[in-house]
Design a protein around this ligand. Structure first.
Ligand code: ADP
Length: 313
């Protein structure tokens, strides 16, 4: 049995009409982590979650979730879902939405009250539980949405674009809730195009665009691949040195050169060469990419390689 809660190999999805939403996705999600699936709109993130939650079938590939083959509906008893743009009846109270969900999930009646109380506490909605949904802010509705997704004590919960339209304070609260879930051992799988919401909390990310995973891993590892020393100087490089640097894979800008290494030793020959040219070194520091830079680099790189050759005139 797979050691991963989600373990997918070569998953494809072609919609009627020929849109290839997923083009052979491999994905492994370790147990108990906060996993971020990042990508621009149209990348295929929701399609991925719909396949995992059995709402649609894949066109090819194999995989398991919680040890069961994907598409197995039995597994849904152990899974929670907050779909994108989830709507709840305006005339119900927050508490009623959670209790209704508990009913749908066959939570025994004697447990429903206690579980609802606990979930309302988790999402900090105890005080507002008796108000109708129509009086709630977007952030409050999302918190009730998360609570109803957890009513069956799931082992993994999918949150599809959970903070779309939620204000910054609401997003901060959301991050705290997700951290509490991880502490309780629940795996949290978040789909989002809002990078800043994930950066402080995710354990692993996959960056998706055009139906493919462009990069995957622990954030720090992904970043370190794209980090390196930036050396600033006064003056201009001779064309011979510039050529030498560029052929060594360094990138040269006016007044700075970046090397793809975070090892100080690797920067020493560059410093020697700059001094040889009588240039004054003004700074040297490691530049770390933000998740946003990383994301844009991967998505743009993919777009470049996918771009068709322009027709000749
Ligand atoms: P994301 O969640 O990353 O925004 P989606 O999974 O919603 O991406 O969509 C991926 C691609 O599949 C897009 O090109 C989208 O237009 C297309 N798509 C999504 N659902 C359908 C559908 N039911 N029928 C046809 N095409 C679809």
């Amino acid at each position: 049995m797979s050691e991963y809660v989600v373990d997918l190999s070569g998953i494809r999805k072609t919609y009627k009409g020929g849109v290839e939403a997923l083009k052979g996705v491999n994905l492994q999600v370790p147990k108990g982590c906060i996993y971020g699936l990042l990508g621009p709109n149209g990348a295929g993130k929701s399609t991925m979650v719909k396949i995992l939650t059995t709402l649609i079938r894949s066109s090819g590939g194999t995989g398991t979730m919680l040890g069961r083959p994907i598409g197995d509906r039995q597994v849904l008893r152990r899974v929670g879902l907050l779909p994108e743009h989830a709507q709840f009846p305006d005339y119900l109270t927050g508490r009623q939405v959670i209790e209704f969900s508990a009913g749908l999930q066959d939570v025994p009646q004697r447990e429903t009250r206690e579980r609802t109380d606990r979930l309302l506490g988790l999402v900090q909605m105890s005080a507002d539980q008796g108000r109708k949904i129509k009086t709630y802010s977007k952030g409050m509705k999302q918190r009730i949405g998360i609570a109803q997704a957890l009513v069956n004590n799931p082992e993994i919960v999918f949150l599809d674009e959970p903070t779309d339209g939620v204000d910054p304070a609401g997003r901060k609260d959301f991050r705290e809730i997700v951290k509490k879930l991880r502490k309780e051992g629940c795996t949290v799988f978040i789909n989002t195009h809002i990078l800043s919401e994930l950066e402080p909390i995710v354990d692993r990310v996959a960056i998706m665009s055009g139906g493919e995973i462009r990069g995957e891993g622990v954030l720090e590892d992904l970043r370190s691949k794209k980090s390196g020393y930036l050396i600033g100087f006064e003056g201009s490089l001779s064309s011979a040195t510039r050529q030498q640097f560029e052929s060594a894979g360094f990138s040269c800008e006016a007044g700075s050169v970046s090397i793809p290494s975070t090892k100080a030793e690797a920067a020493q020959p560059v410093l020697d060469q700059l001094r040889e040219e009588n240039l004054i070194v003004t700074q040297m520091h490691v530049e770390t990419q933000s998740l946003e830079d990383l994301f844009i680099g991967m998505v743009d790189g993919a777009a470049d390689s996918n771009r068709a050759t322009p027709p000749k005139n």
